[in-house]
Ligand binder design. Structure first.
Ligand code: B1M
Length: 208
């Protein structure tokens, strides 16, 4: 089995104690960080499909997520981009009612490496907490809201509209698997991105 396949299997089966070492071994063997990340994201897709098929349940999804997070920690220093410029502070969080944070953490990592300072509010963030964080932190230029569930898309809308109604001068970017560019435009977001890499590109574009 190749190093990258080994990482995939360890994530899918939630072997969090072994993933970090396997990711490091893959890097040492010359596998690119982005390829390892893509493999782990694909693994989470497999996990989701198994959940949909009733082959696994929430605890298995949770341990797979923990395993992936361990792998991402090892990759983080290898994913850093050009952060020489300062584009201000980005407040980021997963919206109210939603506990998914892997995608949000990847977006955070990429936006940070694009030149933003990150204030991460975590998961299950009510709309008014985003506004409080914009006021409480210096030079907030961007808010990034993630939502992974179709049931939390209204919370995404509430977050964007509460931020906009506050009159604070910030741009808002949204994303997450069920979000579409059309929905982002409909709820008044300034930007949408389908994945972490393009979120960083879009963040720079809308703040510039
Ligand atoms: Co949940 N879950 N989950 N889950 N979970 C999904 C999302 C699901 C698709 C699984 C499935 O049914 N196939 C499904 C949602 C269906 C839907 O609404 N359409 C689902 C469900 C139903 C649920 C529960 C309701 C299950 C239950 O309790 N019956 C429950 C809800 C809990 C809650 O949030 N209130 C639940 C719980 C959980 C766990 C807690 C067990 C765990 C999360 C742990 C954690 O995050 N720490 C979990 C997991 C792991 C998943 C799957 C398997 C993996 C998610 C993931 O991390 N993917 C997921 C299935 C899947 O994704 N195929 C699933 C990898 C990650 C890199 O991708 O988060 O999509 P993703 O992020 C992407 C893009 O979306 C984008 O960039 C990232 C890639 O670069 N992106 C942005 C994300 N945010 C962005 C923001 C941006 C821009 C881009 O700008 C700001």
């Amino acid at each position: 089995m190749s190093k990258i396949e080994e990482v995939k299997v360890l994530v899918e089966t939630g072997k969090s104690k072994k993933v970090a070492a396997a990711v490091q071994e893959a890097l040492d063997a010359g596998v690119k960080a982005q390829d390892i990340l893509d493999a782990m994201v694909a693994s989470m897709g497999v996990v989701g499909d198994k959940f949909s098929a009733g082959e696994i349940f929430v605890p298995e999804m949770l341990i797979a997520a923990k395993a992936m997070s361990k792998g991402v920690e090892v990759l983080k220093p290898h994913m850093a981009g050009d952060s020489a410029s300062s584009l201000g502070t980005c407040v980021i969080g997963t919206v109210a009612g939603d506990l998914h944070d892997i995608g949000k953490n990847l977006v955070s990592m990429m936006i940070e490496s694009a030149g933003f300072t990150i204030v991460d509010l975590g998961v299950d963030v009510p709309a008014d907490k985003f506004v409080e964080a914009i006021k409480a932190n210096e030079n907030v230029t961007l808010v990034a809201c993630s939502g992974l569930l179709t049931t939390t898309m209204p919370a995404l809308k509430e977050a964007v509209q509460t931020i906009k109604a506050s009159g604070l001068d910030v741009k808002v970017i949204v994303g997450g698997a069920p979000v579409t560019p059309e929905y982002a435009a409909e709820i008044g977001a300034d930007g949408y991105a389908p994945d972490a890499g393009s979120a960083a590109v879009k963040a720079k574009e809308i703040v510039a």
